[in-house]
Design a binder for this molecule. Structure first.
Ligand SMILES: [Zn+2]
Length: 372
């Protein structure tokens, strides 16, 4: 097959025009024909070229892609009956559309022979995000037949935007940078996304981490709901705990400004303001309003004595969480010990904070105190 395709390509190249347009649909169709009729591939390649030229001669008003698309159906149907001599016909008739097709056949044969990726397409090449937002382009590597379509993602400035191995871009800090995806098999084949990150009004990011504590408040209208990435991370952690025979679940996740306002008022009535401030955040200051915090199981100090807590304390960083208000941390976090409250930071940051043995405030060098 490869030998034949190369020979065909050589013949076609003799008459091929040097002006070549990129035409992805044609490439895709040609490739599909070749793959679909695996058993009689030698015939197929020739037939598809011949049919394309017939279509173009008889129905010149058709757009290239339509002609090729129609011819693909015909080719697939007629593969068993057409003779392979057709390749010569094709070489005799030259038109712009045909040139594109023959060139596509040639490129496909060439790519197949080396097994490399020759092009990368993305669903977007420019994006503007607010801090904390994520967006992931869909990647199409060509040719379809390339055996290794692994992606390598990099950011020109991780303080502006980070990107993970799947191409999920996270806006970190204000500015612009370039996120690049390269083919692992052909590292010189790349596509780039120009990323602009704008400040999220009223939100405080420190080191790319959204902060909500007694010093830094969230706007009353900040209402993101539970963060999908944090929820997925919790689900993973929960599944792992289940395998250990442990039962962890969310008792309280995202809380809106209004909800927190009602909650805090109730606690103030019950305990008085000074005491309520030790365990309940004032509206706008609750980490639950970020959508990145969860309370687990029994919201009570007795949770610290459970096997579930022992496991979570040892493993939550593996899923991107930290125990946010540890024992003896009240002076720096502003809150008494809350073994049940975890905060999502992402795996990389959570590991760093866990390894440091510090609270998030100490890790970032910030404080947590109401101004009044
Ligand atoms: Zn909580």
């Amino acid at each position: 097959m490869k030998r034949f395709a190369a020979a065909l390509a050589a013949v076609l190249m003799l008459t091929a025009c040097t002006q070549v347009e990129e035409n992805i649909p044609v490439m895709a169709e040609t490739s599909a024909v070749t793959e679909d009729t695996d058993a009689s591939v030698d015939v197929t390649t020739a037939v598809s070229s011949e049919i394309v030229s017939e279509e173009i001669t008889s129905e010149t008003e058709l757009e290239t892609s339509e002609a090729v698309s129609e011819s693909e159906t015909t080719a697939a149907e007629e593969v068993q009956t057409e003779a392979p001599a057709a390749a010569e016909n094709s070489a005799e008739e030259t038109s712009a559309a045909e040139t594109t097709t023959t060139e596509a056949v040639y490129e496909d044969a060439q790519a197949e022979s080396t097994g490399t990726v020759t092009g990368i397409e993305l669903t977007f090449y420019d994006v503007t995000l607010s801090q904390g937002e994520h967006k992931m382009p869909i990647v199409t590597m060509s040719p379809e037949s390339a055996p290794d379509k692994s992606e390598i993602w990099t950011s020109s400035d991780e303080s502006i935007a980070k990107v993970d191995g799947l191409g999920n871009i996270t806006a970190v800090g204000e500015g612009t940078c370039v996120v690049t995806v390269a083919s692992a098999a052909s590292p010189n084949v790349t596509a780039k996304v120009n990323v602009t990150v704008k400040a999220a009004p009223g939100l405080t990011y420190i080191g790319g981490i959204l902060i909500a504590n007694k010093t830094y408040a969230l706007p009353a209208d900040y209402n993101p709901g539970v963060d999908p990435e944090a929820q997925a991370a919790f689900d993973d952690m929960q599944a792992a705990a289940t395998k250990e025979g442990l039962n962890i679940y969310v008792s309280s996740g995202f809380r809106s400004y209004e909800y927190q306002s009602g909650l805090y008022d109730r606690y103030v009535q019950r305990s008085g303001k000074a005491e309520a401030d030790r365990y309940s955040a004032r509206p706008g200051h609750s980490e639950h309003q970020t959508g990145l915090a969860f309370d687990m199981n029994t919201i009570d100090i007795s949770f610290a004595d459970t096997d579930e807590y022992v496991w979570v304390k040892a493993h939550c960083w593996e899923y991107g969480f930290i125990i946010r208000y540890p024992e003896d941390g009240e002076d720096v976090t502003g809150y008494m010990y809350e073994p049940w409250h975890i905060r999502y930071l992402g795996k990389e940051t959570a590991k760093k904070v866990y390894d440091s043995g510090l609270t998030l405030e100490e890790y970032l060098g910030i404080d947590s105190k109401y101004s009044e």
